[in-house]
Design a protein around this ligand. Sequence first.
Ligand code: PMP
Length: 360
Amino acid sequence: MNRALNFNAGPAMLPEEVLLEANKNWLNFNGTGMAVMELSHRSNEYEEVHEKAQVLLRELLSIPSSYEVLFLQGGASLQFSMVPMNLLTKESTGNYILTGAWSEKAWEEAKKIGQTFISASSKEQEYKSIPNIINEISEDAAYLHITSNNTIYGTQWHHFPSNEKVPLVADMSSDILSRPISMENFDLIYAGAQKNLGPSGVTVVIIKKELLARSNNSLLPTMLNYNTYAKHNSLYNTPPTLSIYLLKLVLEWAVRQGGLEALENKNKEKANILYDAIDSSSHFYVGHADKKNRSKMNVTFNLDNQELANRFLHQAKEEGFIGLNGHRSIGGCRASIYNAMPLEYVHRLAEFMKKFRNLS
Ligand code: PMP
């Protein structure tokens, strides 16, 4: 089958094997005579899927038993509000490092809930980089929030802050599962699924059990309290069963790929191919991000002027490349190359970039 050369930023392409397996089970999941989304969420068959997805996440990310793995809805955007609602108190401050539009949005939401403080920002550098130093963490900090990969600007944290006194909260929506991480460095990680984990609809939250005590605020609406999900194994109400099933299939695929180290190597190889195409183009293509902070998930670049960029995007579309336009807020071009993106498609894009340059 001819699958699209899909470089969308999210929802993004899923591994073909996963889609084929889902298709095979579409009408009749495990001999039940029902599709997965027709099963009761209280049935043994569904609970097995739910648990397997949690177990696989724990295995792949080496999550210790001192953390809960939760499945929520509302996307990463709801986490922008839930993190401060659950972790901030009247006496404490949410500290934020601004590295792009998504961290700004997280900070904007926190401001509605309580006190905030900007510990560092690369806004003045047009978000081309990740701040080298954290200027200050307020004394009453409840947590420090970072965005591990900046989907729009194409930058990524390669070394995480390690301030043991302050819980570290990370929005990993666009690079979770793309590389091994030391879970112990983080107190809360959240990620919408639609890039590396599966389809949209489920949001994964990994939270240190210690932090749950803080959100024991009975005034919090039930569905906005992490404790509700932890106490009920994310089955307090109906979870997004189909998304969680597909998440399970993606996690099984990730294991078959050799786990996070193998995926990281493949991601490095793919990113290098595109960054080489940019760097060897005698400034025909100009990368947006500073080299030291380049993302291995979202490769952002521009051409000399918008007219040339439009021609590039138009011709790329004619040749079957989907989703290469940059985010509407910054323009230019962006190739999103998450885990599921085959090496071959990346080679084809690099070849197209060379061909377009030679013909221009
Ligand atoms: N954070 C990051 C880093 C993202 O890339 C996105 C979506 N592109 C979001 C948050 C928002 O995610 P959602 O649409 O799941 O709310």
